[in-house]
Design a protein around this ligand. Sequence first.
Ligand SMILES: Cc1ncc(COP(=O)(O)O)c(C=O)c1O
Length: 327
Amino acid sequence: MMYKNLLAAIGNTPLVKIDLGTPAQLYAKLEYLNPSGSVKDRPAIYLIEQAEKNGQLKPGGTIIDASSGNQGIATAMIGAAKGYKVIITVSEKISIEKLQTLKAYGAEVVMCPGTNLIEDPNSYHSQAVSIHKKTPNSCMPNQYFNVENAKAMYLSLGKEIWEQTNGTVTHFFAGAGTGGTVSGGGLYIKEKNPNAKVFAIDTINSWYNTKGNPKPYKIEGIGIDFESPVLNHSILDKILPISDEQGFSMCKKLAVKHGVLAGPSSGAVAYAAAEYSKNLSKDDVVVMIFGDSGRAYLSKNLYANSETKYINDDIKIKREKIEKGLV
Ligand SMILES: Cc1ncc(COP(=O)(O)O)c(C=O)c1O
């Protein structure tokens, strides 16, 4: 495939069968193969191009948004490709790889505390709103409160899944952070097949699952932590809460047993889908969203870590120096 530019290469990611020992057929949508490495390229390009069309974003302007990392990375990539300045507010729990990726694209990063509630004035969302107010010629796509976020997923992700499965998809599993992926993708699939089932994957410690008493959790990108206008409850069949341990154990298994190096939210989605699909039949076609790659989390030591063998002590000593930045 040839594309007229980098941004035209967003989407059309592969749908790959993975056997997790269930009677149903499980397919992973490898969203980490998007140009900036996650599912978030889709809403980011849609929201930015809408802002350009409606005059909120003008040449020389600044794009500001809050992000658990991936929406910010997608925005930073698009800003670089289109020539806008980008400021991203993040929470302190962001992986070092995601932080460095934001900076590699030239974005300015503002680090905020990992608050339990998005309304907290120090939360990364509140801070993005206040920076936006203070910055002339800036626009804020506002992924957490802009329902167009789900529309982007409806128009690209949902349609793609329907077409790639030739309309055979029966079950759709996606992580919910803002809720855009599951709501937009799920709505498209349900409009085409009202019998299809749609599942949002949450974390056990989220605001939603703890009924307003959230606790910290490690999985990045998912967790329903506020009354999100983007999350369309009317099309959800179930919200499935997953623990960090369940998500991480599936990540390891996907990498070592299937050769799929996916991020923790993908592990949570695959765990939930595999459990649920034990009771499905061989005619069921289950689509799981793998939102990003495990390469963005290697420093968090979630994955199997086989030991390096050195051919001699000299090379061992030299390598240790390299790792400490001494050579
Ligand atoms: C890796 C990953 N998976 C899933 C999600 C959840 O997507 P959404 O915000 O559309 O609910 C995100 C959101 O940032 C993410 O980064």
